[in-house]
Design a protein around this ligand. Sequence first.
Ligand code: FAD
Length: 333
Amino acid sequence: MSFDTCKDVWVFIESFQGQPKSVGLELLGQGRKLADGLKQKLCAIVIGKDVDAAVKESAAYGADKIYVIQGDEYENYSADAYGNVFLKLCEKYDPNTILVGATVNGRDLGSKIAVSLRTGLTADCTALSVDEDTGNVVWERPAFGGNLYAQILCSETRPQMGTCRPGAFKKPERNENNQPEIIKEDIHTPESEIRTKVLNFIKACEDNDMRLDEADVIVSGGRGMKSAENFGILKELADVLGGTVGCSRAAVDAGWMPQSKQVGQTGSTVTPKIYFACAISGAVQHVAGMSGSGTIVAINKDETAPIFEVADYGIVGDVFEIVPALVKELKAK
Ligand code: FAD
């Protein structure tokens, strides 16, 4: 791919069962910033069997162009099929920049495209900007256990690529009046070239349990909760506020909570409207995953706990007294 001819910022709109995941829509906001900085177009790449919802949302979240690739073979993600589509599109359109969500599938796809195109990919980014003089995207990601933020450039090859954490960026404003150019591409991948097959999906969460990235309110607990059973009081608070329960890594390591509920550098990055940190000390690796929350409420019996440095409201006291009192008060309203 050539520096002289490459153009446009592409965002992969990952979908599951016909519905676009939030991360692709969040990346349209970042893609817009990069596209404006590079004076290029923002393009959404929609691949799937049922693509209507993803096309509609990509338009509402600001894409200038939407490339649509539809086929039975794209109903479920596979690196072979989706990778084939991307490589064919790249060959034809020569993109400057590609953004992909750092989901399980996005990490797989991003690395497959980068290796095939022999270009650079910065994984797990949490901030993006453009160096307008050189046209390089400045990819920022946590390094050395979250103690440093590294800024990485892909200055020798194109396209420049990055995967970005779900929840690290807010979705841009919706605009129902945006009318992007829709380009349908007839790309098919023969079944013989798809080496993996999805047999079944098994839900990781209980049926009535919300995913962390979908919740407006998250009530997280840490090592100070002392047992799996004690997370019941956090569930009560989450239920009364219409939210879900999260946790620190210490709670996962202790076997009290599943990894899918871990917030932080090696868990999920979340941006709920309200985040409760209950008996969590506020280690840098935890804070990296929740500091973008709207309002942060910390409950900790140690007044010197670092969590109070990022909290909007701090309550110094015993979580086993404060949380039940909060639940009682909220239920009485
Ligand atoms: P602690 O640090 O032990 O804190 C427990 C807190 O509970 C204390 O502040 C204590 O005062 C308070 N407490 C105790 N009893 C009560 C009570 N009754 N009422 C009120 N407060 C009470 N951590 C993450 O969370 N997410 C990550 O993604 C993550 N990734 C990591 C990646 C790497 C490479 C490394 C090295 C570490 C990572 N960690 C992560 C671990 C992180 O460094 C901390 O060890 C962890 O966050 C600590 O969890 P905690 O706050 O629950 O436990």
